[in-house]
Design a binder for this molecule. Structure first.
Ligand SMILES: C[S@@+](CC[C@H](N)C(=O)[O-])C[C@H]1O[C@@H](n2cnc3c(N)ncnc32)[C@H](O)[C@@H]1O
Length: 254
């Protein structure tokens, strides 16, 4: 699963389907919470950076805002335009908008995929008017913890997960990054996300790819991986599976 380069990935449609599934399922609460945190007033222009398939553009419009989406991917831009006409295909570190042209901005699960999160923060600061509000949600994939009788194997898998993500620590780094870009009144709340089964965790992150990466780098033996996988399935069946992930919510003012 690579949201860093959607158009170059083997199956962009599968990535879009992932976003659609999550928007109506596990991420619906996060999206509602970010919308509330943004405190949108009618008629305000709000930018959704990395808008994906555009679900949040619809939510923003329903809240009375004038949403504009930007996404690096042509595939995502086309799909999100089905929900909102005002979507531009562009890299978030080079936003094609004049300075001070937005009242608000949201960024959800995007900074973890970009090469230059500080550059994105600087651009978002530039396009927001003075006092404009920013809300951000990012997971900290390096914080993933998977309970196991073989903690060393879990650690190898978690390391491989983090290695597959451009910014696996971004939730931890984002507050200072925003302050560095000139944002004020930066607030940050870290919360644990919990996964009750292996299948639930796999729906969010490509664990098979991570295990494969650990195997190919000889960080894990095939026997240990098979044993660990069997343990994960048996824990899911008897209710003892437990995995947590820190998720960070931020607010700031330009
Ligand atoms: C995990 S998806 C999140 C989509 C949406 N924010 C949501 O929560 O449903 C990440 C999105 O960021 C986009 N993206 C990744 N790197 C980007 C960049 N440098 N500039 C703009 N968009 C980017 C991807 O194309 C993808 O649509």
């Amino acid at each position: 699963m690579s949201f860093a380069h959607v158009d170059a990935s083997a199956d962009p449609a599968a990535l879009a389907a992932y976003l659609d599934r999550h928007a109506c399922g596990p991420m619906a609460g996060v999206k509602a919470r970010l919308l509330a945190m943004l405190e949108v007033r009618p008629g305000e222009r709000v930018l959704d950076v990395g808008c994906g398939t555009g679900h949040d553009l619809e939510l923003l419009a329903r809240a009375g805002a004038v949403p504009v989406g930007v996404d690096a991917s042509a595939e995502m831009a086309v799909r999100s335009r089905a929900r909102c006409a005002a979507v531009v295909q562009a890299d978030a570190s080079r936003l094609p908008f004049p300075a001070g042209s937005f009242d608000g901005c949201r960024i959800e699960r995007v900074l973890l995929h970009v090469a230059d999160p500080a550059g994105v923060a600087a651009e978002v600061h530039r396009v927001l008017r003075s006092g404009g509000r920013l809300v951000v949600f990012e997971p900290v994939w390096a914080s993933l913890s998977i309970d196991s009788a073989e903690p060393a194997v879990s650690r190898a898998v978690v390391r491989a997960v983090a290695e597959g993500i451009s910014q696996p620590l971004i939730g931890h780094q984002a507050a200072s990054l925003l302050a560095g870009a000139g944002f004020t009144e930066v607030t940050r709340v870290d919360e644990p996300g919990e996964f009750a089964t292996w299948a639930e965790l796999r729906r969010t992150i490509d664990l098979d790819k991570a295990v494969g990466r650990a195997l190919s780098r000889a960080k894990l033996s095939a026997e240990a991986a098979a044993r660990w996988r069997a343990e994960m399935h048996s824990r899911s069946a008897d209710g003892s599976f437990h995995a947590t992930l820190t998720r960070t919510f931020l607010t700031a003012r330009a």
